[in-house]
Design a protein around this ligand. Sequence first.
Ligand SMILES: Nc1ncnc2c1ncn2[C@@H]1O[C@H](COP(=O)(O)OP(=O)(O)OP(=O)(O)O)[C@@H](O)[C@H]1O
Length: 330
Amino acid sequence: MTTSSPTTRREATRADDGVVVIDHLTKTFGPVRAVDDLSFTVRPGRVTGFLGPNGAGKTTTLRILLGLVRASAGSATIGGRAYADLSRPMRSVGAALEAASFHPGRSALDHLRVYAPQAGVSDARCHEVLALVGLADVADRRAGGFSLGMRQRLALATTLLGDPQVLLLDEPANGLDPEGIAWLRAFLRHLAAQGRTVIVSSHVLSEVEQTVDDVVIIARGRLVHASSLAELAALAEPSVRVSSPDAAGLDRMIADAGWLGAVDASVPRDAGTVVLRRVSAPEVGARAFAARLELSELAPRDVGLEGTFLRLVDVRPADEPATTTPGGAR
Ligand SMILES: Nc1ncnc2c1ncn2[C@@H]1O[C@H](COP(=O)(O)OP(=O)(O)OP(=O)(O)O)[C@@H](O)[C@H]1O
């Protein structure tokens, strides 16, 4: 704990309103451990990607945060408070979790008017959020005729009604065309720059990697990795695809070099072709030359961020520790 002057403490308190803390959170559904002793913190002023494969526990975590599901153990708080204890929830947090459903016969504006009293906002705010998401021109059109992208924008407008400090959005780019995706990225960055906490969940990193500052990656309900996107990029490891007309010779070389553990088991292994992780092309070239092994392919692979993400969420032993620092993932 650091001491601070009254002024800075007041500022800090305001910023703290947007801090989301998941603390040793566990949720079981019968025999299923959907969330398993999960802890992480999300800060305001940044866009955070909440990532994990299907069934990882993202929705359950966010539903607990929104007070829709009760935790089995641990806590999930916004600005230090559980959702149920927030004095004006729609001012604190706006969420678009499920694929939004709208009354098809209701106009975009009327849809927002339904939620306005709950958010404690005026009719003017309904117009304002429609303009913010680029739907002002279709305010009076029926939502039933909207494209998926327009429905996503309307869902976003709904979450913004109460001018919330924290935004929780589940796969918000889904259904948007490239122009819409570019708009969404700029918009989310703008919201974070205003000091809001923006959490975007997705099961693919590539969908959000141009939008997020930070990543929280979970798998099987557990934390796998939490860092800035830049730190995640630093975890990329080299990998190389190697082929030889002499399949037996290739196997021998891999064994002699002590690379059996480096063979990527997730890549189909054709006779005479393997993918080696954490091994560089020059290392393989030198070994092959020394072993007088003919190679027909020696191709370094750019795993990219998505590759690093997939490696991290790969099924790992249940007791293997999560990583929160670069270089610690093994
Ligand atoms: N109400 C429920 N009853 C029983 N099991 C549930 C319930 N809700 C979630 N689960 C299970 O908990 C696990 C985590 O599900 P969750 O929906 O939180 O994952 P997710 O990361 O959001 O996945 P997706 O990306 O597919 O939405 C899954 O095994 C799921 O089947």
